[in-house]
Design a binder for this molecule. Structure first.
Ligand SMILES: [Cu+2]
Length: 256
């Protein structure tokens, strides 16, 4: 009996319902734009979840890389990660103080996640750009992640209804016709009328460029999903395919 209870609990916590298959690594800063010194103490939240469905959370092991590319160059911030358990899943938080004007590209390479429901390992290289004190000088920089979305649209200061465009790159080269999943980070105000509304899907064009108009205020996650060229071992030691995703998060505000 206990065994079944534990199994049920485990499934509820760590397996994903079929209607919420799109996993998104979240990397959400407390401010997307820093304009006053009081906003310069950022906190960043790292969760592996289903943003439009508001969960469930998947367990994150300690990330492989976490850092920022900013006016002082590249900084390793792995040691600043604080782990936190929410609904039985591990998540992370970090604090970062912005000291100089410029664009700060925060990024994470999470540990590979085993998704039994899809029979694959998942690695979502994720970034978010915070602009400080109006410098706007480096938002289109490439961090050099194995899969990365390079924004063509400046990824901050966006209105609701703006078009977001980016180029999907693998090892620095555009990926023609790459699939990009898009989700809005639901605050509870939207109930998707049917499953296809949970995750929007667009393809890049022949040059690897994709476009999406964001219809609501809040955080939008763009996930370019590529199949890794080499398999990876799952926790049982079996070779399985790897989903290598490149994600970027952008924030929109209503014009009012
Ligand atoms: Cu999931």
């Amino acid at each position: 009996m206990l065994r079944y209870l534990l199994l049920a609990l485990f499934s509820a916590t760590f397996l994903c319902p079929l209607s919420a298959m799109a996993h998104f690594q979240e990397l959400i800063p407390s401010h997307d734009i820093v304009s006053t010194p009081s906003e310069s103490q950022l906190s960043l939240s790292l969760k592996f979840t289903h943003p439009m469905s508001q969960g469930p959370l998947m367990n994150m092991a300690r990330p492989v890389q976490f850092g920022v590319v900013g006016p002082e160059g590249k900084q390793d911030l792995l040691a600043t990660l604080q782990s936190q358990s929410i609904q039985g899943a591990q998540t992370f938080n970090a604090q970062y103080r912005i000291k100089r004007p410029g664009d700060y590209l925060f990024y994470v390479e999470p540990a590979a996640y085993w998704e039994p429901a899809e029979g694959k390992m998942i690695v979502h290289y994720t970034k978010v750009v915070v602009d400080a004190f109006g410098m706007e000088d480096n938002w289109d920089a490439e961090i050099g992640l194995p899969v990365e979305i390079v924004p063509l649209t400046r990824p901050f200061g966006l209105w609701t209804g703006n078009l977001f465009q980016g180029v999907v790159k693998r090892n620095g080269k555009p990926v023609p016709f790459a699939e990009v999943e898009v989700e809005w980070r639901n605050d509870g105000s939207i109930t998707p009328p049917a499953d296809p509304y949970i995750t929007q899907v667009v393809h890049a064009d022949a040059n690897g460029t994709f476009s999406y108009v964001m219809p609501k205020a809040g955080w939008w996650g763009f996930a370019a999903l590529l199949e890794g060229k080499k398999p990876m071992k799952n926790p049982e030691g079996k070779e399985v395919p790897v989903e290598r995703g490149g994600l970027i998060w952008v924030f929109t505000r209503d014009m009012k």
